[in-house]
Design a protein around this ligand. Structure first.
Ligand code: GLC
Length: 482
């Protein structure tokens, strides 16, 4: 049975900041159903979940990086009901924090380079001390992007040479770029390999991973296509490496996202989708103090430029000055200016908008269940999971034509699953919303579309098989290499 180790800084339910956590949390479950032995290693944070669990010590060692010495402990989750082996790297001072990436002011931690490097060195040091070997190391995003380089070019980790690596880009916007002064954090490596760490005069962890990993994947085929067309200064690099690049659409964990059994919902799905909607809308409308007799259009996610969150307030304002048959239900946190603009709209139109500035897993499930539409005006969306969650709950997506949204939400005019628009600006967003609202007038079409989207299969089975095929090919390659 092939042994796969996922190396990540997020894994739901232990630690999640976004979609990366969902994917790393679910993929091993589905790989293991396909007779793999997949496990995950993440840093040991002080999240409620991680603190509340029992952990068993696996290994302990000292690690030097820069001028510091760290006491590292590798733990394994001591819970037989958990579906796979979850390892956690305890690095006091760097990771024993509640929040995964952001400080109390919502800014990225200043010691990001130290955190990422020491985490990666700890994982590699532990792997070298193990009696057994993992067949493939699956690295996720730039935070584990130096691993393929270190395996190949640092003598310290020579025991791991020929271990195949797959690197998955969940979000190419974040690249782990550091000044060369940070190179002192790394152990000695072959001087001739220095160029592999670099892009545009700096250390670029993502570029380094694209160069050094055996295979590179992104989380949807369209996003991979987009990167090859325009990935800023990395376009030439990804084109150059294109023979080892592939796009695999994420799945969703259909056992967590199941409207029939979802314990976070006041009313679960029985037989009729329209009943499910009406009942959940009623429940949530009293909780949020809004009406239940209008069209609900929601937004769930980070209030970030990348997600097009800045387009929401001007579009909603424009629409509500004329059209009062819509209620907007918004849930998210992030950019403060966006949050303020939305809160002001809530005061201006108290009957037509509900804004919750928070990260709230339970409320998000309830909003998916109650809404008619979910809008995703994302500027970039490597895959996007929310549109798939929405469809499982009979909620029709309204999406900008980008990345994984292209692959999952073809437009209704092309016999698709929702409403798709482009270019991504306030005017077009208003137009597509008007188009969606007028669609609701035809009850029969609405019912047909809802029934179609709840029945779509976005489960992990198919994608997990694609990952397994890649692992298998990599193992064959490594056998030839040795
Ligand atoms: C990132 C991307 C998102 C993707 C997720 C999981 O959060 O922004 O589009 O779905 O990773 O791969």
């Amino acid at each position: 049975m092939m042994k796969i180790l996922n190396i990540s800084t997020e894994c739901y339910p232990a630690a999640k900041a976004g979609g990366l956590g969902d994917v790393v949390g679910a993929l091993p479950i589905y790989l293991n159903k396909l007779d793999c032995e997949a496990s995950v290693i993440i840093p040991k944070y002080s999240t409620d979940w991680m603190v509340s669990k029992k952990w068993k010590k696996k290994s302990q060692f000292e690690l030097e990086s820069g001028n510091n010495t760290y006491q590292i402990t590798i733990f394994i989750l001591n819970d037989t009901s958990f579906p796979y082996d979850l390892y956690a790297v305890d690095i006091p001072t760097l990771f024993d924090r509640k929040s995964i990436y952001l400080d109390e002011n919502g800014k990225g931690y200043k010691d990001e380079a130290e955190r990422n490097v020491v985490f990666q060195l700890s994982v590699l040091t532990w792997l070298c001390r193990l009696k057994y070997k993992f067949d493939v190391l699956h690295c996720h995003d730039h935070m584990s992007g130096l691993i393929p380089f270190l395996i190949d070019h640092s003598q310290v980790f020579s025991r791991l040479k020929k271990t195949p690596t797959l690197f998955t880009i969940h979000n190419g916007q974040y690249q782990g770029i550091f000044n060369w002064s940070k190179s002192e954090l790394l152990p000695a490596y072959e001087p001739s390999a220095r160029g592999l760490l670099e892009w545009d005069g700096k250390i670029n962890s993502l570029a380094c991973a694209i160069k050094c990993s055996w295979m590179v994947s992104t989380v949807s085929p369209s996003y991979m296509k987009e990167l090859k067309e325009n990935f800023g200064s990395l376009t030439s690099l990804i084109r150059h490496e294109s023979s080892k690049c592939i796009g695999i659409l994420n799945g969703i964990d259909t056992s967590v996202w199941n409207p029939k059994t979802d314990s976070l919902l006041p009313i679960t799905f029985k037989t009729e989708i329209s009943r499910f909607k009406i009942d959940n809308k009623k429940e949530l409308s009293s909780k949020l103090n809004i009406g239940s007799n209008k069209v609900w259009i929601s937004f769930i996610g980070r209030l970030a430029y990348e997600k097009g969150a800045d387009l929401l307030a001007p579009a909603i304002d424009q629409l509500l000055t004329k059209k009062r048959e819509i209620i907007f239900v918004l849930l998210g946190s992030g950019d403060e200016n966006v949050a303020i603009a939305l809160k002001q709209l809530e005061i201006k139109y108290p009957k037509n908008i509900s804004v919750t500035i928070a990260y709230n897993e339970a409320l998000s499930h309830q909003i998916y269940a109650a809404s008619d539409f979910l809008m995703m005006p994302s500027r970039f969306e490597p895959c996007g999971l929310n549109q798939m969650y929405a469809m499982r709950y009979g909620t029709i997506p309204i999406v900008n034509h980008t990345g994984g949204l292209i692959d999952t939400v073809p437009d209704i005019d092309f016999d698709g699953n929702g409403f798709d628009y482009t270019p991504n600006n306030v005017e077009k967003l208003c137009q597509v919303i008007i188009r969606a609202v007028s669609f609701t007038k035809n009850k029969e079409d609405m019912e047909k579309l809802r029934q179609k989207i709840v029945a779509l299969d976005f489960s992990w089975e198919k994608s997990a098989q694609e990952y397994k095929n890649i692992y298998q090919n990599l193992i064959i390659l490594s056998n030839h290499a040795s």
